[in-house]
Design a binder for this molecule. Structure first.
Ligand code: 5GP
Ligand code: MG
Length: 168
């Protein structure tokens, strides 16, 4: 797939800027979801030049289905270097699929405190939602079958590739 990831990130940053200024949101903070969401968050954090350092969440403990999908999570500590109370949070992940990761991330955020708002930004939205969760800012909409995955290849050039799991 011939996607210019840097251009997708630029467009996402622009959409976030417009949203934030339309809302008059003071001093937003950004949180990336470990692992894939962190580099996307770093890229957006740089582009938005946010004042607060980037936060990170590891939601492995909070997933309701990691036995079902056969993950053996290695849990890293989450690191939110700011209070979330009354904060406007931009939550960032690489891919939005069923919505379970975001559900888990929201649970964890609310264990830290009560934010004023949470905006979700994802590089790829691939369909297949199992929960009523949507992203407000999306780099690329894809319609993937359950046996397909989108992979990030790179670094030069950084690009998206659709692969079949266990196939060809
Ligand atoms: P969900 O919890 O919404 O089902 O899945 C989203 C999470 O699973 C993301 O944090 C992402 O890391 C991973 N994920 C789901 N589908 C894909 C995919 O097609 N490609 C990649 N790279 N990650 C995916
Ligand atoms: Mg992930």
């Amino acid at each position: 797939m011939n996607e210019d990831i840097q251009a997708l990130l630029d467009a996402m940053a622009e959409a976030l800027k417009q949203r934030l200024s339309a809302q008059g949101t003071p001093d937003p903070v950004m949180v990336g979801i470990h692992t894939g969401g962190v580099w996307v968050a770093e890229a957006l954090h740089r582009r938005l030049a946010l004042r607060q350092p980037l936060g990170m969440l590891d939601i492995s403990f909070y997933r309701d289905d990691f036995s079902r999908i056969g993950m053996h999570p290695q849990v890293k500590p989450s690191n939110l270097p700011f209070s979330v109370d009354d904060r406007h949070i931009i939550l960032v992940d690489d891919v939005l699929f069923t919505g379970r990761t975001i559900r888990a991330a929201l649970n964890e955020i609310f264990d830290f405190g009560r934010p004023a708002s949470v905006t979700l930004a994802v590089l790829v939205e691939r369909g297949g939602r199992e929960l009523p969760i949507e992203a407000q800012v999306v780099g690329k909409h894809l319609s993937l079958r359950p046996d397909q995955q989108v992979k990030l290849r790179g670094p030069d050039p950084l690009r998206l590739e659709i692969v079949s799991i266990g196939g060809d």
